[in-house]
Design a protein around this ligand. Structure first.
Ligand code: BES
Ligand code: MN
Ligand code: ZN
Length: 494
């Protein structure tokens, strides 16, 4: 990805992409100055016929007739009202424009930063993220009807002063999001726990991160009975990945602990899921992928603090040795759990994962998991559920997520809900029934956080887009990668 400053006419590309606001008249100023003249007045004409309105995500393509311009084509992308503009919208319209340009098989394409009232450093980074996100190809197994091969070479243009650092940061974060999307897109027969480990090792290699993997024997000697319990029904052995970012000169504290759910396929176990839609459960490791890929970004961008990523990974299958309803498991931290529903497996493996991140020295915890169908009922497919304690820590994560383009919203962890997971025979149940299903799942996790500041992101609704949107095509979204990575740069606020 390149970065270039104005003037636009001299930018040597095939296509120029330019945000267009609803309140742009015929001849906007700033970085958009002169474009109407460059198209021979085509924009004024299209505004007159309402063919061009600036409505969010609208795409308008027209030739550049002025031969003093290097580019031959102008792609306008609707940016809405300039007063409502934000870094988040910049990212989204960059995705929409990037997808349009990719489809037209442009070789070289420039995107012009217009920050309006938003911060132009933030917008420059977000544009680089959006263009990179538009490169993701979901159809990686197609042998016919192959989608556009190489994405265009991108240039980001503009900014009040040199914004190349922001653009490089956005590029890197976009790439790491796409790596997580590739992992989540892989089918369960390819991405077994051991293959997840191999690919994760490749993703973190060369970045200075340390990568360690525990096999089933080591998992057993640590006493992780919940992770082992879930793995019992599968022919594939479980693994636990530990990725460490330990930069020279980092303070002893804080240590950020990131824990991701790594179920490579969730059939439900003995409490088996219905056939309809079960294929979707190949992405039940999206939280784990987010942690792996955020760790790569954290190292590449040189976060100033220690970070530990912990990813327990296994299948959840109904094999002959599988966990049964009524079985009791002993967690690594000592608490016993009566398993009511073997499909509530994510909280079991995460409980042991959270405990392990703590024993490795984490002082602040964040876990990411496609944990409950109930969160889809509560927040739909737009917003991830955010749970946590204390409120100050939850607010930090919430602010960072907002800026990174991951929509989150808080839900409560009131103690009264804990009655729902009381067991007669063990310390707790692994499910609390239908009411407040996402909250009782989060309360279960809380039991394994040892009272540390902790946030849980339930991404069951947001990890996979069921319908294409202009800013997010159908398929894996890469949710939480940018939030986790950016969080590692905010320790002054903790
Ligand atoms: N992986 C699922 C949650 C899920 C549901 C992810 C829909 C993505 C889309 C999780 O392991 C699960 O099965 N949860 C159960 C819990 C229940 C048995 C208490 C659920 O939500 O139905
Ligand atoms: Mn499940
Ligand atoms: Zn699951």
């Amino acid at each position: 990805m390149f970065y270039s400053q104005l003037p636009l006419a001299g930018v040597d590309v095939d296509v120029v992409m330019l945000p267009w606001f609803e309140d742009d008249g015929g001849s906007p100023g700033g970085s958009a100055a002169g474009v109407d003249a460059a198209t021979g007045g085509e924009l004024t004409r299209a505004l007159g016929t309402k063919e061009l309105s600036g409505r969010l995500y609208e795409i308008f393509v027209t030739p550049i007739t002025d031969s003093s311009w290097k580019a031959r084509r102008l792609v306008l992308v609707g940016a809405g009202k300039s007063a409502d503009f934000s870094g988040d919208l910049a990212r989204k319209i960059a995705v929409a424009a990037g997808l349009a340009v990719k489809q037209r098989r442009a070789g070289r394409a420039a995107f012009v930063v217009r920050a309006a009232s938003a911060d132009d450093v933030e917008v420059s980074q977000a544009v680089a993220e959006g263009l990179t996100l538009s490169e993701f190809n979901v159809a990686s197994y197609k042998t016919s009807d192959v989608p556009p091969g190489k994405p265009p070479a991108w240039t980001v243009v503009g900014g009040k002063t040199d914004r190349s650092a922001a653009v490089a940061r956005g590029r890197l974060l976009g790439e790491c999001s796409n790596l997580a999307r590739e992992l989540a897109n892989e089918p369960g027969n390819t991405l077994t726990p051991r293959e997840f480990v191999r690919r994760s090792e490749a993703i973190v290699s060369g970045t200075g991160l340390s990568f360690e993997v525990l096999d089933e024997k080591q998992i057993e000697s640590l006493g992780m009975g919940m992770l082992l319990g879930v793995a019992r029904g599968s022919a594939e052995p479980p693994r636990l990945m530990v990725i460490r970012h330990d930069p020279p000169g980092a303070p002893a504290s804080p240590v950020l602990g990131l824990v991701g759910k790594g179920i490579t396929f969730d059939a439900g176990g003995i409490s088996i899921k219905p056939a309809e839609g079960m294929e979707r459960m190949k992405d039940d490791m999206a939280g784990g992928a987010a942690v792996v890929c955020a760790m790569r970004a954290i190292a590449a961008l040189k976060a100033p603090i220690k970070v530990i990523g912990v990813i327990p990974t296994t299948e959840n299958m109904p094999g002959g040795k599988a966990l049964k309803p009524g079985d009791i498991l002993k967690s690594a931290e000592g608490k016993t759990v009566e398993v009511i529903n073997t499909d509530a497996e994510g909280r079991l493996i995460l409980g042991d994962g959270l405990w392990y991140a703590r024993t490795l020295g984490a002082t602040h915890l964040v876990d990411v998991a496609t944990l409950t169908g109930a969160i889809v009922t509560a927040l739909g497919k737009i917003t991830s559920g955010l749970f946590g304690t204390p409120d100050t820590w939850a607010d930090v994560v919430r602010r960072v997520a907002n800026r990174a383009g991951d929509r989150v919203w808080p839900l409560p962890l009131f103690d009264e809900y804990k009655d729902q997971i009381k067991s007669d025979i063990a310390d707790m149940l692994n499910t609390g029934g239908r009411p407040a299903g996402s909250i009782t799942a989060a309360l279960f996790l809380k039991e394994f956080t040892g009272g540390l500041p902790w946030v849980h992101l339930d991404v069951a609704g947001t990890a996979w887009a069921e319908e294409s949107k202009p800013y997010l095509p159908k398929g894996p979204s890469g949710v939480a990668v940018r939030t986790l990575a950016e969080l590692a740069f905010t320790s002054k606020e903790w």
